[in-house]
Design a protein around this ligand. Structure first.
Ligand SMILES: [Zn+2]
Ligand SMILES: [Zn+2]
Length: 132
């Protein structure tokens, strides 16, 4: 039997300790997370990484979902980590069960947001590679 390693923050398991450490660092259930998507963008000259989770949560509560998304540079992983604290149901990737006003958070989809993010990333990447 191969050993399994489990994330301290969610229930995800992996057979490799290094892959699990990588996951834990950016896990959207980890309050101290370092966002892999944000740092990837920043490395390519994109916007500064989204502020830490407590600031995103303050903005979500004080100014609403849209303001929080803007502050997070629309980073799906950062938005997910904020919404997750609002009692997301199930695997946290399906909308429903988000506490608070229905200001967009209730219909937001991580799967869709992530697909959009990658589409943006790919088109920006193409511009970087072929500037003319
Ligand atoms: Zn995790
Ligand atoms: Zn992020």
């Amino acid at each position: 039997m191969r050993p399994r390693y489990y994330c301290d923050h969610c229930n995800k398991g992996n057979g490799s300790p290094s892959a699990m450490r990588r996951h834990e660092r950016g896990c959207t259930a980890n309050p101290q997370r370092i966002c892999g998507m944000c740092s990837m963008l920043a490395r390519e000259g994109g916007p500064e990484p989204a502020p830490p989770l407590p600031i995103l949560l303050d903005t979500l509560d004080a100014e609403g979902f849209k303001a929080m998304c803007e502050l997070a540079n629309n980073c799906p992983a950062c938005i997910l980590s904020a919404l997750r604290t609002k009692n997301f149901k199930g695997d946290a990737e399906t909308p429903g069960g988000v506490l608070g006003p229905e200001d967009g958070r209730e219909s937001w989809s991580y799967t869709k947001a992530k697909a959009d993010w990658w589409a943006d990333w790919n088109s920006a990447q193409a511009e970087r590679e072929y500037p003319y």
